[in-house]
Design a binder for this molecule. Structure first.
Ligand SMILES: Cc1ncc(COP(=O)(O)O)c(C=O)c1O
Length: 498
């Protein structure tokens, strides 16, 4: 018989022939991962992928099966040794959480049983509901508010602003599109606001021209007078101010806008009040810090990341929306017959989550949050957040006490921006160059990974502390390593004759 698609050949699947061998391999992976975490301090914070591994990772498409043990050996040799570094006690670059062993296992369980958290009648939906309930409690949102686990802060900002646009743009955006607006919808935020909010405005069809990025005060908080004036100017010009974004912890310096004042302005102007609390919202976990983000509980929508200051592994973003109906109205799909629940079976609540966001099929992100909160309790997580704030103040003190260094911005929360002053009389440009070189040296030495940014027009080394493994001695080391890096940059320049 000819071999056509109708011919039933020997049937096969992807499960192992030898379950015991697969179990042993799995145990080995777990052992390797736990050993890595147990000895995390012994490894460099970060190292580049060597050429041999880069070359290895440029392979043609494999066509035939291999022994799973060999596959894992390759991963062990070429992938596992070169992580981003955000599990190390001295990784403070960008804003990344550290992850934890329990959350790692939660990820394994989630993908092991391959839950699709679309709103089926399964345990995952109940777990997500419960974690969202806890999040509402932490953030001071009402129990009947709506919420969703998403990939991260960017998606959480997108979802929050999408609801705001649909609720306040004054047009039937979903049917008629933004272009049908009689008056251009305009969005307000400080110029320190994270780029994901601007990207959201672009994706929502508003355009960057509709985003007013306003000046900040000396504490890098939105200038409220400038905001009021801009709203008035825009109204006079026939535009439609529809939303304001407040920052609970800006990415650059951790600045916290006056959220109560923004809530008042938004209420008076009939605008949507979205808060980007990607990491800063988690300050609500500790009673000593919660007053810093006062007013966050008045947001119409709030974005935050448990993969930042919740210390979970990526991805774990969350968005809360006060008006559950508005949240539904922005995303619910009523027309797809294949998504309609029937009266029983697994699909009884189908679309529940997809009606609140972009994704239809969704992973079980909430499990790692549930297990981590159960394992440690909210109070301990709050103590860790407070510990990071205390560490930021400690580092700020070290910088202030080191004549060669200076703080580049105030330290209201957990972000420390500093720079090396350079040789006496150095120009700002020379200082910026020096600090860029110091940063790269620090990172490439494997001793510490801060990241870089520009504050007040000048380059700064930025330390964002959302790391449960850091200890005070790590910050002592950072200062010593910075001074050493500065010397080696200078030596290298002398050698080059620069
Ligand atoms: C204030 C702020 N908003 C939004 C984001 C974007 O979050 P994500 O990287 O999870 O998309 C970040 C990331 O650092 C952030 O710091």
């Amino acid at each position: 018989m000819s071999d056509t698609i109708d011919t039933i050949q020997a049937e096969e699947g992807l499960d192992p022939q030898d379950w015991d061998a697969m179990r042993r391999l799995g145990h080995r992976m777990v052992d390797d991962l736990v050993a890595t975490l147990e000895r995390v301090r012994e490894r460099p914070v970060w190292q580049t992928v060597p050429e041999a591994s880069r070359a290895f990772l440029r392979q043609p498409l494999p066509q035939d099966p291999r022994d799973p043990r060999d596959v894992y050996e390759d991963v062990r040799a070429h992938v596992l040794p070169y992580p981003t570094g955000n599990l190390h006690p001295r990784f403070w670059g960008w804003v990344m959480g550290t992850g934890s062993p329990m959350a790692m296992f939660a990820e394994m369980l989630a993908s092991g049983l391959n839950w699709n958290v679309g709103g089926f009648d399964d345990s995952a939906s109940l777990v997500e509901d419960q974690v969202l309930g806890w999040c509402k409690q932490i953030m001071g949102f009402p129990a009947d508010a709506s919420g969703l686990f998403v990939s991260g802060g960017s998606m959480a900002n997108f979802v929050g602003l999408a609801v705001g646009r649909d609720a306040r743009a004054g047009i039937d955006v979903r049917r008629r599109g933004v272009a049908s607006a009689a008056a251009r919808p305009v969005l307000y935020a400080s110029r320190e606001t994270h780029s994901s909010n601007v990207k959201a405005a672009e994706l929502l069809g508003l355009g960057t021209d509709a985003v007013r990025l306003l000046p900040v005060d000396a504490q890098y908080r939105i200038d409220l007078d400038a905001l009021r004036a801009q709203i008035a100017t825009d109204r006079a010009a026939g535009a439609h101010p529809f939303a304001v974004v407040g920052n609970a912890g800006t990415v650059n310096t951790g600045a916290i806008d006056d959220l109560d004042a923004l809530a008042d302005i938004a209420a008076r102007e009939g605008m949507w009040f979205h808060v980007d609390g990607a990491f800063g919202a988690l300050a609500r976990l500790h009673p000593d810090l919660a007053p810093l983000v006062s007013g966050i509980d008045r947001a119409d929508s709030l974005a935050f990341d448990l993969h930042k200051w919740g210390y979970l592994p990526v991805e774990a973003g969350c968005v809360l929306v006060r008006d559950a109906r508005a949240h539904q109205d922005a995303f619910a799909v009523k027309t797809a017959a294949y998504l309609k629940p029937v009266h029983g079976g697994p699909s009884a609540r189908l679309s529940k989550f997809s009606d609140l966001g972009v994704q239809l099929s969704r992973g079980f992100r909430a499990l790692k949050a549930w297990m981590s909160i159960q394992e440690h309790g909210a109070r301990k997580l709050g103590r860790l957040v407070r510990q990071n704030v205390a560490q930021a103040r400690y580092l700020a003190g070290l910088v202030a006490a080191t004549p060669e260094l200076e703080l580049a911005a105030p330290v209201p929360l957990n972000v420390v921006c500093f720079r090396h002053r350079g040789a006496p009389g150095s120009s700002p440009e020379a200082q910026d160059d020096l600090n860029r070189d110091i940063l790269v040296r620090l990172q490439e030495s494997g001793e510490a990974v801060p990241s870089g940014t520009v504050v007040g027009g000048r380059f700064a080394i930025r330390v964002a502390i959302t790391n449960h493994r850091s200890r005070r001695s790590d910050f002592d080391l950072l200062v010593r390593a910075t001074l050493r890096a500065a010397e080696s940059v200078r030596d290298a320049r002398v050698t080059r004759g620069a």
